[in-house]
Write a protein that binds this ligand. Structure first.
Ligand SMILES: [Zn+2]
Length: 265
């Protein structure tokens, strides 16, 4: 069991047909403010391994685990990752590490270790799957870097709806000028919106991005006020329908959207 559909896709790539993976937050759902139902608790009790992100993304899973008698190992994929410098904001360390593909590869390594510990008889299958998927992600990482590199350096600035892209931006050479909401579920004050509009104008940011699991209206209003374009279908915390039904799919989709919006036509 995973908390999100993105982690479910990573687990599927490593586990192949040796695992059944269920995400508690459904496709298109919002992980930060998710409220589990009683039936989710029953499903959790059947899980053999639990994968969550930690770092404050899915704390509700910790509360659920306290309510069950499960002995299943719990992997916090994003916590204490070696070689990672955590980016900290007003809300604490940012949890969205997987949007840097190099960090997603670290998640994959952890998933392979956890599945092998849970099912030693299939360890060689998991290791082979993880190795092949890791190579695929290494290629993806280079592809993103090349694509973002086609945006003129002084145009590599963006605003997103919630603060999901600092690791992506850091990895691929973009600057996050601001975010529309301080955290999911928290509306910005009039003063915060005015400051963001000014920051967008001052930095000549061409586009405000919003993510599919949120209503686009606030991002649209900010973009209109600031004279920027709005792109309201980025993916970060959830997958969608093909071609964005996988982790690789969402990274390619987002990167194409960012390049299309920020590079000159
Ligand atoms: Zn998020």
């Amino acid at each position: 069991m995973t908390t999100t559909t993105v982690f479910a896709d990573l687990v599927k790539h490593v586990g192949g047909d040796r695992v059944n993976v269920t995400s508690l937050v459904p496709k298109g759902g919002e992980v930060h403010t998710f409220e589990p139902r009683p039936s989710d608790l029953t499903a959790l009790e059947r899980a053999k391994v639990v994968f969550m992100n930690g770092v404050g993304l899915d704390d509700w899973m910790t509360r659920m685990l306290q309510q069950t008698a499960t002995n299943a190992p719990v992997l916090r994929l994003g916590e204490n990752l070696p070689g990672v410098t955590y980016i900290t904001g007003d809300e604490g360390p940012n949890p969205h590490l997987w949007l840097n593909v190099a960090y997603a590869r670290k998640y994959v390594g952890r998933i392979a270790d956890a599945l092998s510990a849970a099912e030693p008889a299939a360890a060689s299958v998991f290791a082979a799957n993880a190795k092949a998927y890791d190579a695929q992600l290494a290629t993806l990482d280079g592809w993103v870097r090349d694509r973002i590199g086609t945006i003129p350096a002084d145009q590599r600035r963006l605003v997103s709806f919630h603060d999901a892209f600092p690791y992506y931006a850091q990895a691929y050479g973009l600057t996050i000028v601001g975010v529309v909401v301080p955290a999911p579920g928290q509306d910005p004050s009039a003063g915060q919106i005015a400051a963001l509009v000014k920051a967008i104008r001052d930095a000549h940011v061409k586009a405000v991005f919003s993510e599919v699991q949120f209503s686009p209206q606030l991002a649209q209003a900010v973009a209109r006020e600031a004279g920027a374009a709005v792109v309201s279908d980025l993916y970060d915390d959830t997958v969608g329908d093909p071609p964005v039904d996988t982790y690789e799919g969402i990274i390619r989709w987002d990167t194409d959207k960012v390049v299309a919006a920020l590079a000159p036509a």
